[in-house]
Design a binder for this molecule. Structure first.
Ligand SMILES: *Cc1c(COP(=O)(O)O)cnc(C)c1O
Length: 431
């Protein structure tokens, strides 16, 4: 399949170029030239597929014939090696637990798929591939983990100093080997801007073979559509119209849901739930897009004032009217988020992380007074990834899963950096 840029549909590139370059020169984002519509029999027989088989059935349309079917099967079998259980919270509400991967956040799905796809596309190259990635917290660790110790590939992570949780920081800064963490004195948007500028810089592109691993990489987006279909597989009553509430920041996750809908998933609509960074809910209400300064919140992985994937959402729908027929947006304060975490713990003994709590708030607001609909709330991270907020809110400390216990006392190694591109460039050229 070919991929085009959201800034120029005539700029078409191969799968390898879209994935390895990540960002077209015209500063748009890559889009698949067509989204395959899967046969209705696939959805009717969905219970006969496993999660990784669902992944294969979707991925082959995008990756074949650039990769062989057996290579694609290897990627999906290897990358999709943990479940995404759908847990019933109340009659109308289920939680899709996306945190059972190695770094305990949904970004493992995209990162594991992308790293395995890139390693295959990279296998005949003699120049090392350098992955440059900006993270608001969870991307960096998922990507670093996905590529850890992979031959011929190194990862450089930019993260905003003091704006990721202490355990997230440990996940970013304790791997070593082919993983380097740059601690930027600024916000996630600063990190993202510095990465984007690097891709557009000729000197850096001569010195390095650069690639990105943010949600802007199409190889992250494609696999995220798998779990929307797997959630449908797990729905007990498929005859009741269902919606997804997606706690959103850079809007890669929600965009992957839109891909699943285009492929034929019979979902009724999406709820874009945000924290105070409400650029998209504002757009959905007003019809005019205006990027905002990033606001720091307790759901910090969603602190994004200018979500990149809006370009893709816009490309899908072409008009505000069409987009707002499928997506409704709501925003919530930290106070509302904490209250929801407390309510759910008190009434259901279920521990939500602050991102999932924003998702549940969106679903509750949307479904208020409506009968005969059901909601799937995406729980994007394990609550202990945000242990400070959870402890402070619920007044007890949930036990860390094994994956986090191991790194809790490991030594942090990072390179401090000011938030301007010139500093980054000098550093990169002097390594
Ligand atoms: C990255 C992240 C989000 C936001 O996802 P987007 O695809 O950027 O909208 C939400 N929750 C958690 C825990 C995350 O790590």
């Amino acid at each position: 399949m070919k991929f085009y840029s959201t800034n120029n549909i005539n700029n078409r590139v191969s799968l390898a170029e879209a994935i390895m370059k990540s960002l077209p020169e015209d500063n748009g984002l890559y889009m698949p030239e067509s989204v395959p519509v899967l046969p209705s029999s696939f959805f009717e027989n969905i219970q006969h597929y496993s999660f990784s088989e669902i992944g294969f059935e979707i991925a082959k349309h995008f990756l074949h014939p650039d990769l062989s079917l057996s290579e694609i099967k290897n990627i999906t079998d290897d990358a999709i090696n943990f479940p995404v259980p759908l847990v019933e919270l109340d009659e109308q509400t289920s939680i899709l637990e996306l945190f059972h991967g190695p770094t305990l956040a949904f970004k493992d799905v995209g990162a594991r798929f992308m790293s395995r796809t890139m390693a295959l596309l990279n296998k005949n190259q003699d120049k090392k591939l350098t992955i440059l990635v900006a993270t608001s917290g969870d991307t960096g660790s998922a990507v670093a983990n996905g590529f850890y110790d992979v031959d011929g590939i190194e990862v450089i992570i930019l993260y905003p100093s003091g704006k990721v949780s202490p355990l997230q920081e440990k996940q970013l800064t304790t791997l070593g080997k082919n993983i380097t963490a740059l601690e930027v004195n600024g916000t996630f948007d600063d990190c993202q801007r510095m990465v984007k500028q690097s891709f557009l810089d000729n000197e850096l592109n001569n010195y390095y073979r650069l690639s990105s691993a943010n949600s802007i990489n199409i190889a992250r987006l494609i696999p995220q559509s798998f779990y929307y279909v797997d959630a449908y597989r797990q729905l007990k009553d498929k005859s009741i119209p269902f919606y997804f509430s997606v706690p959103s920041g850079n809007f890669g996750n929600l965009t992957a849901g839109l891909i699943a809908k285009k492929m034929g998933l019979p979902v009724s609509g999406f709820i874009a739930s945000t924290n105070a960074n409400d650029t998209i809910p504002n757009y959905l209400k007003s019809g005019s897009y205006s990027a905002q300064e990033t606001v720091a919140t307790i759901s910090n992985a969603m602190d994004v004032g200018n979500p990149s994937n809006f370009a893709r959402m816009n490309d899908f729908y072409k008009s505000h009217l069409a987009m707002s027929e499928d997506i409704i947006g709501y925003k919530y304060s930290d106070e509302q988020t904490r209250k929801m975490m407390v309510d759910v713990y008190q009434h259901k003994k279920y521990i939500l992380d602050p991102h999932g709590a924003v998702g549940l708030l969106g679903w509750k607001e949307f479904s208020e007074g409506k009968n005969n609909i059901q909601g799937i709330v995406l729980e994007t991270a394990h609550p202990t990834k945000f242990i400070d907020v959870v402890t402070d809110t619920l007044h007890f400390t949930p036990e860390l899963p094994e994956a986090l216990k191991k790194i809790e006392h490991a030594q942090k190694v990072s390179v401090l950096m000011e938030n301007d591109f010139v500093t980054l460039k000098e550093y990169l050229l002097s390594r």
